[in-house]
Design a protein around this ligand. Structure first.
Ligand code: G1P
Length: 271
C-alpha cells in the first residue's frame, strides 16, 4: 500500500513573477483556496496518511500557513464564526499529516527527493509536483490502483504536441499493457524535437521505489546543472526496474506559469 507522499516545494516560481516576489506560488489562491490544498486533498482522497513537504528557508511561509494557532485561536475566541472555525480545523487536520524537510539550494527534483529519505518507510511512495494540478479524476488514486496491480513504479503520462516536447520529460514506450498503461523503455528530460522518442510527456505524479535513494546519492547533475529525478529513474530502468506510464483520465492544469495559473483558476471555478 502507498501511504506516504512527498511534495517538492522549494522552487522559486520565477515563471510567476511578480506574484512570487513576496508569495510562495503554492499558496496562491485558486477559487478561494491555495493551490497546495488541492494537492493535499488529492493525497487524502487517494489514501495517503503522511506527506513530506520539501521547503526552503525562502519558502517558510508555507510552514507558517499551517502553524498560525495563536492567530486563529484569538479570532475564534472573539468572533464565533463557524466558517473560520472550520478552516482552522481543516488546517489542523492537514498539519497532523505533514512533515517538513529543507532544500535550501535549487539543485533540482532529484535533490529534493533525496532530502526525504529518512522519512520514507515503505517500499514505494508517491511524489506530486505542485505545479501540476489534475482535476475531475484523482490521478494519484488511479496510479495507486495500477501500482497495486503490477507491483511496480508508475508515472503519469499525457500526450503533448510534438512542438512542446522540450518542456517535458518524454517517454520512450516499450509495450502497451492496456488502454491506459504502458511499459516504459526510457525517459528523457526535456529532449529536442529530434531527440524525442514520442510525444508522451511525464506529468508530475510519480510512484517511486525506496531504492531510488541509493541511486540518488551518486546521481550527477544533468541538464541545466540540476539533479533530475528523470535521470535517476533512467538508471533504475537500465537495471531492469519496471516503470509503468499511466495515461490519466483527469484534466491537466499547469499552474507553474502565469498564463497557466490564470487559466487554472478559471477552470477550477467552473467545477
Ligand atoms: C518537471 C520534470 C519533467 C516533467 C514536468 C511536468 O519539469 O522534470 O520531467 O515533465 O515536471 O510538469 P519542470 O516543470 O520542473 O521543468
Amino acid at each position: 500500500m502507498i501511504k506516504q507522499a512527498i511534495i517538492p516545494l522549494a522552487g522559486l516560481g520565477t515563471r510567476l513573477l511578480p506574484l512570487t516576489s513576496v508569495f510562495a506560488k503554492e499558496l496562491l489562491p485558486m477559487n478561494g483556496k491555495p493551490g497546495i490544498e488541492y494537492i493535499i486533498e488529492e493525497c487524502i482522497d487517494a489514501g495517503i496518511k503522511e506527506i513530506v513537504f520539501i521547503i526552503s528557508k525562502k519558502k517558510e511561509m508555507i510552514k507558517d500557513y499551517f502553524y498560525k494557532d495563536k492567530f486563529y485561536q484569538n479570532i475564534i475566541k472573539k468572533k464565533k464564526d463557524p466558517r473560520i472555525l472550520n478552516e482552522y480545523k481543516k488546517i489542523l487536520k492537514y498539519r497532523k499529516m505533514i512533515k517538513f524537510v529543507y532544500q535550501n539550494k535549487p539543485l533540482g527534483t532529484g535533490d529534493a527527493v533525496l532530502r526525504t529519505r529518512k522519512y520514507i518507510k515503505d517500499k514505494f511512495f508517491l511524489m506530486l509536483l505542485p505545479d501540476d494540478l489534475i482535476i475531475k479524476k484523482n490521478c494519484s488514486k488511479s496510479m495507486i490502483k495500477v501500482h497495486n496491480r503490477y507491483k511496480s513504479s508508475v508515472m503519469a503520462s499525457m500526450n503533448v504536441s510534438k512542438k512542446t516536447v522540450s518542456r517535458w520529460g518524454i517517454f520512450k514506450t516499450k509495450k502497451k499493457l492496456n488502454k491506459k498503461n504502458f511499459l516504459i523503455d526510457a525517459v528523457i528530460e526535456k529532449p529536442s524535437i529530434k531527440e524525442a522518442p514520442s510525444n508522451k510527456a511525464v506529468i508530475g505524479r510519480y510512484i517511486l521505489p525506496k531504492k531510488i535513494f541509493l541511486k540518488l546519492k551518486g546521481q550527477k547533475k544533468g541538464k541545466g546543472g540540476e539533479i533530475h529525478i528523470t535521470d535517476t529513474i533512467q538508471s533504475l530502468i537500465n537495471e531492469k526496474e519496471k516503470f509503468i506510464g499511466h495515461s490519466f483520465s483527469g484534466k491537466y492544469l499547469d499552474c507553474g506559469t502565469m498564463k497557466g495559473y490564470i487559466n487554472s483558476s478559471k477552470e477550477i471555478s467552473k467545477l
